[in-house]
Design a protein around this ligand. Structure first.
Ligand code: MN
Length: 330
């Protein structure tokens, strides 16, 4: 982490007078938006011509964090010649989106991230696998080396940390993370305001989607596995989108006795799934691999092309159950 702070300071200094685009991943979350806007603001305050670009829109409850920066989204972005790219919170370059990535013919200048699988795909790689969030890396480095953090930058950094640590509840929420959060609060971050903006602005459609999802929950293997489903009709009927499925898999995961939570989403081209657990022994990354997916030991995803719930639901659940029996016995 110390080395990352120095590398961040040197990167910011070397960019003075240059043109930079700060890129995030598709379907951005709080850490993505927070790290894009915080880094952009630090660069602007350091004399760098910086903008943010993302393939997808900024979630409506996060738009206040983009104040004062140019944040380009959508397919019609025009990137001026000579603008170099830095990615934040992207485990690999493809997470930026192929079309957006193609706008930058040269290798990405820098990659700042905390995902364990990050292969280091840029010229300069500031990857700290034990960091709680990309915003944690940025905040630590900025505080250590005196990079500019005004009140809104502090709010942006806090946004990434509060979302990626599950509101400071995961094991990644260490004492030093709390110390950094305290410093960000001194500089203008507002926890109650962030909590309201990020966690208490759900649409009524999301509530209806949640009701439908809860109605589909089924228990398997004596209550050790709990699965639920979403269809395209659910989105259409509740006027919601894929963004709104965020967090739904936490409901089955939160039930006592459940070791594997499964969310299956039926789309036009197949079934996408989310897997969540609490015991690393169950290796959900390996389970996802059996279902054409991948991820982390406790959180993974899969993508069964050409499958439908009607014809393939049982097959998928049988693979999950067989994996559970094999790995829980070890
Ligand atoms: Mn993150």
């Amino acid at each position: 982490m110390q080395a990352a702070g120095l590398a961040l300071k040197e990167l910011v200094q070397s960019l003075r007078g240059r043109k930079v685009a700060v890129l995030g991943h598709m379907r951005p979350d709080g850490d993505c938006i927070g790290s894009q806007t915080a880094l952009c603001r630090m660069l602007l305050a350091s004399g760098v011509d910086a903008i943010c670009v993302n393939r997808d829109r900024v979630p409506p409850n996060m738009t206040s964090y983009t104040e004062g920066v140019t944040f380009i989204t959508g397919d019609n972005y025009v990137i001026d010649a000579g603008r170099e790219a830095i990615s934040v919170d992207c485990a690999d370059a493809s997470r930026i989106g192929t079309e957006l990535l193609a706008k930058f013919s040269n290798q990405l200048l820098a990659n700042i991230d905390h995902h364990a699988s990050n292969p280091g795909y840029a010229k300069i790689n500031i990857v700290v696998k034990e960091a709680a969030a990309t915003c944690h890396i940025l905040a630590q480095g900025a505080l250590q080396y005196g990079l500019p953090i005004d009140a809104l930058t502090a709010k942006c950094l806090h946004l990434g940390i509060v979302t990626d640590t599950g509101r400071f509840s995961y094991s990644s929420a260490t004492a030093s993370v709390f110390e950094i959060a305290a410093e960000l609060i001194k500089r203008g971050a507002k926890p109650a305001e962030a909590n309201y903006l990020i966690f208490e602005q759900e649409s009524r459609g999301k509530l209806e989607l949640t009701k439908r999802f809860l109605n589909t929950l089924q228990f398997h293997e004596g209550g050790k596995i709990c699965s639920g489903e979403i269809t395209q009709a659910d989105y259409a009927d509740t006027q919601t989108t894929k963004e709104d499925k965020e967090g739904l898999v936490e409901f089955p995961r939160s039930v006592a006795g459940v070791d594997i939570a499964v969310l299956m989403e039926e789309g036009k081209d197949g079934i996408r799934g989310s897997l969540r657990g609490r015991d690393p022994k169950l290796r959900l990354d390996l389970l996802a691999g059996k279902l054409n997916g991948g991820g982390h030991m406790l959180a993974a995803g899969f993508n069964m092309l050409g499958c439908t719930l009607k014809t393939d639901r049982e097959k998928i659940l049988q693979i999950v159950a067989a994996h559970y029996r094999e790995f829980s016995a070890q």
